[in-house]
Design a protein around this ligand. Structure first.
Ligand code: BV8
Ligand code: ZN
Length: 269
């Protein structure tokens, strides 16, 4: 692990379970968001075509659920190592908590001498600034962005302004209906995102598969790609998944406990 971090060849591949301890329900767990419905019934272009208002309301409900949640110790540990240049993150999640954690763990600027490391102790897990971390690849998009169904314009969505039962808003550029900027079932992922994610999975000497049921494809192919290239896969999940039997190691523990215990903190430069 230490060597992979030192070489910057550690990849964290995350699913809904990494946000469970932040209070966000997973998709398929007992308290899951899909509990009484099949994912394809809500998160698909057909569902949106059939009932745009109903699908939009479900995303508004999810935005309201997620907006009050904060990154947990798993997100923050991964973010501090990302700032240290030790790891990169590929996530299936659309909740934005990895991005928030990067902001939370932004190191303090270098000290008066202008040299990184000369600043006062930046505090636990924080590093004197060493350049910007690589942003996470968000394979399935973002809950807090919209995309125009006609001109494709993508923008952050000021969701609090959307009232109850208003249905999807319209595009400021062309007037067509907006949709959530997420990847639905049956939709292709962005080639740029998949190229980058699979390149990182190929280069990784260790991939941590954290909090995913490992059966939504092509994302679930990420840890298998590291294995196929001679790398190591460590799974962090309290439950057994289709990946468990192929993982080099399966740590059956919650992410907010296991990730800091496994990676520790980068400490000062
Ligand atoms: C596509 C965004 C082709 C929307 C989501 C083989 C190859 C290619 C495709 C397929 C294939 N087989 C089947 C398919 C089709 C399909 C698919 O995979 N179906 C599944 C149901 C079998 N895939 C697709 O449709 C993909 N597109 O293939 O396009 C194509 C090509 C060209 C042209 C046209 C089309 C698109 C898939 C993306 C779907 N969108 N989300 C939204 O969020 O609303 S998927 C959704 O599931 C979320 O993104 C989520 O992240 C993802 C995976 O779920 P998990 O994150 O793993 O969450 P889950 O609840 O399942 O599990 C949580 C885990 O955490 C559990 O194991 C639990 O034990 C654990 N846990 C709980 N607490 C903790 C914990 N772990 C650690 N700590 C804890 N505290
Ligand atoms: Zn438009």
């Amino acid at each position: 692990m230490g060597e992979a971090l030192a070489q910057g060849r550690l990849l964290a591949f995350t699913g809904a379970g990494v946000s469970a301890e932040s209070g966000i329900p997973t998709f398929r767990g007992p308290e899951g968001m899909w509990r009484n419905k099949r994912p394809e019934d809500l998160a698909s272009p057909e569902a949106f075509r059939r009932d745009p208002r109903g699908v939009w309301e479900w995303y508004q409900w999810r935005r309201a659920r997620v907006a009050g949640c904060r990154p947990n110790e798993a997100h923050l540990t991964l973010a501090s190592w990302a700032w240290a240049g030790g790891l990169r993150v590929v996530t299936q999640n659309v909740d934005g908590l990895h991005d928030l954690a990067l902001e939370n763990m932004r190191p303090v600027p270098p000290g008066p001498q202008g040299v990184a490391g000369s600043s006062p102790d930046p505090g636990p897990g924080r590093l004197p600034s060493r350049g910007a971390p690589v942003p996470p690849v968000r394979l399935h998009g973002s809950l807090f962005h919209t995309r125009c169904t006609a001109c494709g314009n993508e923008a952050p969505y000021p969701w609090e302004e959307g009232g109850e039962g208003d249905g999807p808003p319209t595009c400021g550029r062309c007037g067509a209906m907006l949709r959530p900027a997420v990847v639905w079932f049956g939709e292709a992922l962005s080639p740029e995102d998949t190229d980058r994610a699979f390149q990182w999975a190929t280069e990784a000497s260790v991939t941590l598969s954290i909090g995913t049921s490992a059966f939504v494809f092509p994302a679930a192919q990420i840890p298998l790609t590291t294995l196929a290239n001679g790398g190591t896969v460590i799974e962090i999940n309290p439950e057994v998944t289709p990946l468990s039997s192929q993982s080099t190691l399966h740590i059956r523990a919650p992410a907010a406990l296991a990730v800091p215990a496994l990676l520790g903190s980068p400490g000062p430069a």
